[in-house]
Ligand binder design. Structure first.
Ligand SMILES: *[C@@H]1O[C@H](CO)[C@@H](O)[C@H](O)[C@H]1NC(C)=O
Ligand SMILES: *[C@@H]1O[C@H](CO)[C@@H](O)[C@H](O)[C@H]1NC(C)=O
Ligand SMILES: *[C@@H]1O[C@H](CO)[C@@H](O)[C@H](O)[C@H]1NC(C)=O
Ligand SMILES: *[C@@H]1O[C@H](CO)[C@@H](O)[C@H](O)[C@H]1NC(C)=O
Ligand SMILES: *[C@@H]1O[C@H](CO)[C@@H](O)[C@H](O)[C@H]1NC(C)=O
Ligand SMILES: *[C@@H]1O[C@H](CO)[C@@H](O)[C@H](O)[C@H]1NC(C)=O
Length: 471
């Protein structure tokens, strides 16, 4: 018996506690189904699974069952059934995968996708009888009436449960949870973190700019400084891993890095957002894809796609299957851009980058990649609002010619607009080249910038301002 999963820790954090029915506070072991069912709109999408409820301890510690029998919580969890359509046999399970949903709280979707990914694994011993898949539903306030009934009804889900898990994405979870030793488990745990990004940042520097952010920009959600008193009015005093939290971001980063973590990159769900109040847009990238790469640049790890990719399946199901620590190579080819993945498959080294342009354009300009331009002004200072050329003739060649002829050393393109400059704005920062998605009007096989992004060409010897590099 060897259970290996990032989320074994999830169950240990909250601590399974006594059954409501018997009012018995003896710890129950994972696998006992003792929660109180409640209504929710979430559907079962794969018939090989069921909604199951587990009794867990109130994570704020205010209502642990010793002091308040009624108030312990019921956690809705999508659980798979084994190949006979029954709850799986504990003895047969070799691996436990707990999949935590993202901000949309669609645990049923995640569960379905994980079961599908499991069905794609080509290995005689890896199947629904040997791999347990459970997907907890971690609601937020406004799921009341949809995801769960009245939170003041202690029989079901309490406000504390709602609050505690709010934005406890697995990445944050890995940063704050106990080590396997502290948890008292001797089986390997791997945290599979999809789209690590600016929702957890381990220091105060950012790859772009903080100029457009409120003074609380580095607070919980973007950073860590107020972790200890976050939502204290609703959730009560923080009691979990207090010493680590007080020790600060460096210690939290060290705790994070002490875990076995595989990073996954979602390529379809890029979680784009560009809200003015949302500082991430200015600090670390306009969407999940950019922020993912900025995070890995700053806190390097490996990059992959999620569940159903070959990489995802390998990390989730195959790695260390026999408990010998084995791990397949890290994926990541073809490269999106240099620096995507510092630990590639050696056999594939030297493979092509997704975006390369070695052409030399007018004025000796060469391709310098995609740059941020959040307020449509920060990148090209010379003509912040007005392009020097706008029209259907635009290509990289054309824009370079226009700018070189007017005596400029830098050309910035976005769709049909060509901006010229001799320096970039102080807030401009290089981003992953796939963020420049617009085609050049006169050459469809060439990209020319994108929403809030400019593609930059610059003459030989022009050093582009790089906020991160300049720190
Ligand atoms: C509580 O449960 C445990 C384990 O099932 C049992 O041994 C114990 O007798 C129970 N205690 C009470 C007070 O029911
Ligand atoms: C499925 O689980 C049930 C117990 O709930 C067990 O009796 C049955 O043998 C299991 N089927 C397989 C194929 O493991
Ligand atoms: C449902 O889950 C099972 C694994 O239990 C899997 O074999 C099957 O492919 C899944 N069905 C769909 C439609 O994904
Ligand atoms: C961001 O800052 C720039 C320069 O300070 C300013 O022009 C712009 O309006 C700001 N944008 C927002 C959304 O506050
Ligand atoms: C780039 O073009 C797109 C599409 O026209 C537009 O939404 C965006 O604001 C433009 N950005 C800049 C920096 O011009
Ligand atoms: C169009 O763009 C592609 C990719 O940058 C380039 O290889 C090709 O030469 C361009 N065609 C013309 C006619 O400029």
């Amino acid at each position: 018996m060897c259970i290996s999963s990032w989320a074994v820790a999830a169950t240990s954090l909250t601590g399974f506690s006594g059954a409501l029915v018997t009012r018995n506070c003896t710890q129950v072991v994972p696998g006992e189904y003792l929660g109180t069912p409640f209504e929710s709109h979430l559907e079962i999408l794969n018939r090989s699974s069921e909604k199951a409820w587990f009794k867990i301890r109130d994570p704020t510690g205010q209502h642990v069952c010793e002091s308040d029998l009624e108030s312990d919580l019921s956690l809705l969890t999508f659980s798979y059934l084994n190949s006979s359509g029954q709850r799986p046999l504990y003895e047969k399970i070799k691996r436990l995968v707990i999949v935590a949903h993202g901000a949309r709280r669609n645990s049923h979707d995640y569960h379905n996708q994980m079961l599908h990914a499991l069905s794609l694994v080509d290995h005689p011993d890896i199947n629904p009888d040997t791999v347990a898949v459970v997907s907890p539903y971690l609601p937020v306030d406004f799921d009341i009436g949809i995801g769960y009934p009245d939170p003041n009804d202690p029989q079901v889900a309490s406000r504390a449960l709602v609050r505690f898990f709010d934005r406890w994405l697995i990445q944050r979870y890995a940063a704050m949870t106990k080590s396997p030793e502290e948890l008292g488990v001797d089986t390997p745990i791997t945290y599979y973190v999809g789209n690590p990004n600016s929702l957890l940042w381990f220091d105060e520097s950012r790859s772009m700019s903080t100029g457009n952010c409120s003074e609380t920009w580095n607070y919980w959600r973007e950073g860590l400084p107020n972790y200890m008193n976050y939502d204290v009015e609703n959730s009560g005093e923080m009691i979990y891993k207090v010493e680590l939290a007080q020790a600060g971001p460096k210690a939290i980063l060290a705790n994070y890095n002490s875990k076995s973590i595989a990073h996954g990159r979602a390529t379809r769900d890029r979680s784009d957002f560009k809200e003015i109040y949302d500082c991430a847009v200015y600090t670390t990238g306009k969407d999940g894809s950019e922020r993912f790469l900025e995070f890995l640049k700053r806190f390097p790890a490996t990059s992959e796609t999620m569940f159903e990719s070959e990489a995802g399946r390998t990390r989730l199901f195959l790695d260390n299957w026999d408990g010998d620590g084995s791990r397949a190579f890290d994926f990541g080819y073809p490269r999106i851009q240099a620096g995507d993945d510092p630990h590639p498959d050696p056999a594939l080294a030297g493979g092509p980058l997704a975006e390369v342009d070695y052409a030399v354009y007018a004025g000796g300009m060469t391709w310098r990649g995609c740059w941020s331009d959040v307020d449509e002004a920060q990148t090209v200072v010379t003509f912040p609002d007005e392009p020097l050329y706008r029209g259907n003739l635009l290509t990289r060649d054309y824009c370079a010619e226009v700018c070189a002829a007017a005596g400029f050393a830098i050309a910035g393109m976005n769709g049909s607009k060509c901006f010229c400059a001799n320096a970039l704005g102080y807030q401009a920062a290089p981003v992953v080249s796939t963020s420049c998605t617009l085609a050049s009007p006169a050459n469809a096989s060439q990209t020319c910038g994108g929403p809030s992004r400019l593609m930059i060409l610059a003459a030989d010897g022009v050093e582009l301002w790089d906020l991160l590099g300049s720190l």
